[in-house]
Design a protein around this ligand. Structure first.
Ligand SMILES: [Zn+2]
Length: 466
């Protein structure tokens, strides 16, 4: 009975862990590695296990750094079930098809540049096969997945359909309960319910994205966003928000609808410039059973989308290009969230060198991405091979993050009785170390994981490396 870490150990992307119980192997997540020039090459490497020997996959949520290599797993021979929450299953086709399109475009670009045939990481057919292997499961219901392995998914409050996973492993008369946090949301976040409160575990596997940082409070954050929009109106510029299609975009629309009158938004033209975010928004509003109380109340008046009379859903590339001509009064929400691809690059290219424009960063920016360069206040960046000076005003709104901060993470851990040992994943080393220090102050045995680390689940200790 053992657990081994392959991805998101000492970094934030590429989430992938494997549980081996009674001769069976269960994969927790199979995410894409993102950010950094070596990410495409790392994604192409063989898995550190044989895909055909995996018996089941449990997926925590639909973000691509958790699900993005599932089609590759299938392409390399995995034929078993992929269990995930029902709302997550609704979002997956949107994300995985987009990911395949990006992979195919990358391969084509490579081919044009180098003149040699490049196989895409995976294609739309691989995605279709992977989607047929999805088995939707409800929250809060225990289910036997394999001989010796039972599972129950709980709301993680991170994005729609996101789960923390409870796993019971039984082998040779020993039974252990493992809780994998998945990605954890902030408490009191709009739309979604709070992360589930656990009580017991023998071992906790926990994310640590913001393990060493605190977000600004929710009300302050909303006030700050209102202030940025007021300033941008005075500056007569545009506002660009590189937004994650799933989660942040819906939250932003929700906040804009909530403060429509107060922030005088009728003076703006609001663009949701992302077919993926538009599709995801429809899935969000069609899953009202997962909403928190406030959203459930407000939803009565939403009828399909939040009530923003000046919201333009920009679906086609022509719709998107038309926005480039607008010099002021446009609030543009466009992917990708870390500005490492997608339509937002065009908007940044047209607006970054203009002092009157504002860029609002609303989520985590991995090392090596354009978004991270903006957060780090580089005076010049490269977009599509072109040098662009950064004169626009850059704002980082940490309070809108889909991830809980250090206090949220500790609050989540504190719900366990008896201080179970905890292994930290999904955080850059500094963040994970910062959280480990706080957990140790509470008397918990906290370990920052590294790739290849194995835990013996019977005695709950790291195994010696062979
Ligand atoms: Zn996530």
């Amino acid at each position: 009975m053992q657990l081994e870490f392959f991805g998101a150990a000492g970094e934030v992307t590429g989430s992938c862990h494997i549980l081996r119980v009674a001769g069976r192997a269960l994969l927790l997540d199979c995410g894409l590695i993102q950010g950094g020039h070596d990410a495409p090459a790392r994604n192409r490497l063989p898995f550190p296990f044989d895909a055909t020997t995996i018996d089941a996959v449990v997926l925590s949520h639909a973000h691509i750094d958790h699900c993005g290599r599932l089609p590759l797993l299938v392409k390399r021979g995995y034929r078993g079930p992929i269990y995930t929450n029902k709302a997550c299953a609704d979002l997956l086709p949107i994300l995985l098809k987009d990911s395949a399109s990006l992979a195919m475009r990358d391969a084509q670009r490579n081919e044009e540049r180098n003149g040699e045939r490049t196989e895409p990481l995976y294609d739309l057919e691989d995605v279709e096969v992977a989607l047929r292997q999805i088995v939707p499961i409800p929250y809060d219901t225990q289910r036997d997945l394999l001989p010796g392995v039972a599972v129950r998914v709980r709301d993680a409050g991170h994005i729609l359909g996101s789960s923390s996973v409870e796993l019971w492993a039984t082998e040779g008369g020993e039974r252990r309960k493992l809780v994998f946090s998945g990605d954890l949301g902030q408490y009191d976040t709009p739309i979604l319910q709070d992360p589930h409160r656990f009580e017991s575990a023998d071992l906790v596997l926990m994310e640590s994205t913001y393990g060493n940082r605190l977000h600004r409070g929710r009300e302050d954050t909303e006030r700050e966003l209102g202030g940025i929009l007021a300033q941008a109106e005075r500056d007569r510029g545009n506002v660009i928000v590189p937004a994650f299609a799933i989660g942040r975009s819906q939250e932003l629309l929700y906040l804009l609808a909530k403060h429509y009158a107060e922030w005088r938004l009728s003076r703006w033209k609001i663009f949701l410039d992302s077919p993926m975010a538009i599709a995801a928004s429809r899935v969000y509003w069609n899953n009202p059973d997962r909403f928190d109380e406030e959203t459930t109340r407000l939803r009565e008046s939403f009828r399909g989308m939040p009530p923003l009379p000046n919201l333009v859903l920009s679906e086609s590339p022509e719709d998107s290009r038309a926005i480039n001509h607008i010099r002021s009064g446009a609030l543009i929400i466009a992917g990708s969230g870390m500005a490492n691809g997608g339509r937002v690059l065009h908007h940044l290219k047209h607006n970054l060198d203009r002092r009157e424009c504002h860029v609002v960063i609303v989520g985590f920016q991995a090392a090596g991405t354009l978004g991270r360069q903006l957060v780090d206040r580089q005076s010049e960046v490269r977009i599509h091979g072109q040098r662009v000076p950064v004169s626009a005003q850059i704002h980082t709104l940490g309070g809108l993050s889909a991830h809980g901060d250090q206090d949220d993470l500790l609050r989540w851990y504190d719900s366990f009785s008896g201080r179970p040992p905890v292994y930290l994943v999904h955080g850059e080393v500094q963040s994970a170390e910062g959280l480990a220090v706080k957990l140790r102050e509470r008397g918990a045995q906290a370990t920052v994981t590294r790739p290849g680390l194995k835990i013996d689940l019977v005695d709950l200790r790291a195994m010696a490396r062979d």
